[in-house]
Design a binder for this molecule. Structure first.
Ligand code: ATP
Length: 252
């Protein structure tokens, strides 16, 4: 049984009166005729890191794709600062202030680090050089390799470049799909530190992560998704210590 600290889906929203920066409310969504999300409700408050966990195929990536306009919600709403953005195109959503770092193909390997960052800023109105310099200051690992082709970077370095590329638009929300995928444990730890660094730049983060302990370990809250629905939400401690969550979803 779950104890009463872990809120089952649809229970108290834990808002404490704060307006979410991003929220999905009662969203159904999917691919073609195939429904994946089923009455899915998720919120991200300003400054938070929120982690989505759950079994393969639960719909975690689909949440990010729906929030980023790659999929249009069939029902329910996606709101950014209280404004309905459901069905807006990704390029508009980027301008609104939401960035997205997909799990794969998140940098252009044949372009240099600098060119990748500049491409990340094509929709900016100005101030591109300044923001790129700020990002080089934040992430020295890419600063040292400005003129190197992105394909020469290690997996961890590439992930940092992908974050920085999304940050060129100075989003206040970043959606990150499995930042540690395919990385050795030590490298994954470094990438999680970089996720925190991104969060320190006043960027709220909604992240999907298979490495539940580490993903929740850097997060403020988490959601357990199963079959397109939120089954549990709570703080990392609540989720990790909940017997039912642990047995059913976190491999005991
Ligand atoms: N482009 C697509 N077309 C059709 N079905 C898709 C597509 N992408 C994903 N799906 C299906 O949607 C369901 C949810 O996929 P999703 O990638 O959101 O799950 P996930 O929780 O992120 O899982 P994983 O951890 O395995 O990536 C799966 O059954 C998947 O096969």
């Amino acid at each position: 049984m779950s104890d009463d600290t872990t809120r089952p889906a649809g229970a108290a929203d834990g808002t404490d009166g704060v307006d979410p920066v991003l929220s999905l409310s009662n969203v159904d969504s999917g691919y073609g005729e195939v429904q994946v999300l089923d009455d899915c409700s998720i919120r991200l408050d300003p400054g938070e890191i929120v982690c989505l966990v759950g079994p393969n195929g639960a719909g975690k990536s689909t949440v990010l794709k729906t929030a980023f306009g790659m999929l249009t919600p069939w029902t329910g709403t996606v709101e950014y600062h209280g404004r309905d953005i459901g069905g807006m195109a990704p390029e508009e959503i980027v301008r609104e202030g939401i960035g997205y770092v997909p799990q794969t193909d998140n940098v252009f390997g044949s372009l240099t680090i600098d060119e990748n960052l500049r491409m990340g800023g094509v929709a900016r109105d100005g101030g591109l050089d300044e923001v790129i310099e700020t990002l080089y200051d934040r992430f020295p690992i890419i600063d040292r390799k400005r003129t190197a082709k992105a394909r020469t970077l290690s997996g961890g370095q590439r992930q940092v470049l992908a974050f920085a590329r999304a940050l060129v638009m100075e989003p206040d929300v970043l959606l990150i799909d499995e930042p540690s995928a395919g990385l050795a444990p030590n490298t994954a730890d470094e990438v999680f530190e970089d996720v925190r660094e991104v969060n320190d730049m006043d960027t709220a983060i909604l992240m999907v992560e298979q490495n539940v302990t580490k993903g929740l370990g850097i997060s403020d809250r988490g959601y357990v998704l199963d079959q397109g629905t939120v089954r549990f939400e709570g703080t990392p401690e609540e989720l990790l210590n909940d017997e039912e969550v642990s047995q059913l979803y976190l491999g005991g």
